[in-house]
Design a protein around this ligand. Sequence first.
Ligand SMILES: Cc1cc2nc3c(=O)[nH]c(=O)nc-3n(C[C@H](O)[C@H](O)[C@H](O)COP(=O)(O)OP(=O)(O)OC[C@H]3O[C@@H](n4cnc5c(N)ncnc54)[C@H](O)[C@@H]3O)c2cc1C
Length: 357
Amino acid sequence: MQTVDYLIVGQGIAGSVLAWTLRQRGYSVRVIDDLRPSSSRVAAGICNPVTGRKLSKTWLADDLFPYLHQFYPALEQELQASFFYPIPVYRPYQSIEEQNFFIAQTANPVLEGYIRLAENNEAYAGLIHNALGGLETLQAAWVDLPTLLSAIRKILVQEDSLVETEFRWEEVVPGLDFVTWRTYEARQIISCEGAYGRFNPYFSWLPWAVVKGEILTLQLPEESVPGIVNQSVWIQPQGAGVYRAGATYEWNDLTWEPSEKGRTYLTEKLNKLLQVSYQIQQQVAGIRPATQGRRPFIGLHPVYRSIGIFNGLGSKGTSMAPFLAKQFADFLVHTKELDPEANIQRFHSLYFSKINE
Ligand SMILES: Cc1cc2nc3c(=O)[nH]c(=O)nc-3n(C[C@H](O)[C@H](O)[C@H](O)COP(=O)(O)OP(=O)(O)OC[C@H]3O[C@@H](n4cnc5c(N)ncnc54)[C@H](O)[C@@H]3O)c2cc1C
């Protein structure tokens, strides 16, 4: 038997950031991942503190955003890699009504430090229709997730902390103070399986609401713009005239393959937003590990306390993972409180009613 502190199933952004956080505190981890299609490998990695037509502030934004702005740059240094790009989100007004509403919101104290009137509207004018001007969301950024995941994977391989294999929960034997899996014994095993988590026999009772998303990669004549543009679709400059555009939300077709429907939806939106012609270079799809109630699933199994979950990050994994991994590590190691809105304890009654059926 090999003894480690934590076994982590899944090396998407959730498993990677949790493993890194525990490793930084001196705990030994083994991350198990078989490189199947994942949400993190296709996501745009945008961290946006204010979203939607009502300019809603992201849940826990005042904690998440200061934390991620120090977490990712520090991780870049440690991994000797570049993947964190602070950049505003530009919101061109769609109508006079929206302009009035957005301008009024710049005086809303809840959004102070998160939004301001854009002063560089002309920088976008060659690319999109923005005759009415626009608003800028501050503290936003995007994370190049494939680069981050590959850099962490490399370290895990070097340290013999990655097990590349298909994981099956039938091979897990939960004990009171420890858990075993194949030749490993650990104090806890944590499920970070993304949307596959809904098939996990220990957590299938949670109210999952996974949602497929698709993204296009475009080649545009315009070199670059200073921000991510967001007007019912977003376009994200990658440099040299390459942009990513997305995303769709699809609850019925839960396959990992791109679809004609997704492509049509995005191109119709882009044709309205863009002033210029474009070529589609690539189309990708993934399944977001979203939940009913839009709050994460974090905590320990109601009965098998050596089995935990860090999942349900929905469409905001890049923003949520760093701060929530810190909170979960504090919970695992020091039994500090988890945010009650994230703690799966809120659904324990669902588990007990299911086993009593
Ligand atoms: C089109 C699209 C756009 C998105 N854009 C954004 C965005 O701009 N910003 C943002 O924050 N979020 C975005 N998201 C959401 C984001 O992708 C998720 O919040 C995040 O990636 C979830 O990470 P995860 O680690 O929980 O799951 P995943 O990334 O899916 O990782 C799960 C991992 O578990 C492994 N795994 C699962 N089961 C097993 C098993 N049995 N054996 C071995 N390995 C296993 C998989 O190989 C995978 O590596 C987007 C998602 C999509 C689909």
